[in-house]
Design a protein around this ligand. Sequence first.
Ligand code: AMP
Ligand code: MG
Length: 429
Amino acid sequence: MISVQDLKSAITQRCQTYLIDNPLAKRATIELPLLESSNHILAKDITASFDIPRQHLSAMDGFALAIGSDLAENSVFDVVGESCAGSPFTGTLTTGQAVRIFTGAVVPSDCDTVVMQENTNFADIQSTLDKSQPYTITLAKTANHGSNIRKQGEEVQTGETLLSTGKRLNTADISLLANLGVANVTVAKPLTVGILATGDELVQLGEPLTHLAQIYNSNTPTLKTLLKDLPIIVKDYGIIPDDLDKTTQAVEQAIDECDVIISSAGVSVGDYDFLTQVVDKLGKINHYKVAMKPGKPFVFGEFAKNNKQVLYFGLPGNPLSTIVGCLQFVRPAIWRLTGCAEIDLLKQLRLQAICQSAIRKNSGRQEFQRAYFSQHDDGQFIVTPFTGQDSHRVKQLTRANCLLVLTVERGDVAQGEMVEILPFEWQLG
Ligand code: AMP
Ligand code: MG
């Protein structure tokens, strides 16, 4: 049985060969409005069409001066006009004159320095001013030549590549692009991911349970939620009965329509578990069973049809196995397949925590225990695993906020030992 780490490496390598055959540069692209582009993968470099700032702007509320070099306190200026954000001063200045200026306003072309109003006597005279008339200000501190000006192009220069192909667009990227007036972006066409739930006992949400042997298909909604941030189109193939022909038909259809297929259940060794047979017949199984708990009967396989490669992930049916298998293997793999260049950013957050209770660990498999962690005032994390770690415990999972990882080699854990935890992102603020 392959270890978690080795299976991760095998999947990563397979995703890399997929990317060599299907590089971002050769993929179809779509144009999306900026506001819909979050988490999509940029398919074209974005260059700046203008400078930011577009002109020299004031960084402060104060006075714009032309001084040539540092100027001593107590110097006096006549204020002859105003430059506000969106409405610049259009006149010219002579020696000894200044312009009242506000943050974000254009610095008049003959000025080289902005002094903060706090460094003048402005506060003392403000209440008596008739702003329609010129008035005089006195420097309360030395004015440093060139200060408080945001120079044209100091942040972004025309023609500069701001975001490169392969970038996964995040909130800050969208903000930057909005600053540049970019209304639409070219992104990679989303991959199509098919989800198949299998099992005669399953009932679709919204339908009644008509006999006691039935349960709701919770894995499909769970998988869709776990994958909701990925730039993919999910195709839901509904519930496939435990029948060889119907399973074959469903998988054949998914191969035609999808780039990735995820199934839940039907991959154990029971008489009604047909998926492994079908995958073996229509494609190949790269790995079957992984040394972890929950989630051992995991299948990683693939299909090839008409020059198209379709990767297959068969998750065990128990809800917790589905979640852990998706978080550990499937979601990172699909991120890779999208062509996202920043794959390191997508790795799960790992923390070290002091275990608050002793744990009995059976050897041979890596365990992912459901647990609750918190942080002390000194920054130290502590974690308590739940008692009872069966893979059908769905209510318990809503109370957990992390997985506690016990590697294969690890023996029993004594209270107070350090353990690794993987916080659930849905429990973080
Ligand atoms: P199997 O892998 O088919 O043996 O299923 C393992 C367990 O997971 C069984 O108890 C199934 O009833 C349960 N199960 C399978 N599919 C789902 C599903 N889509 N939603 C919730 N539970 C499921
Ligand atoms: Mg089944």
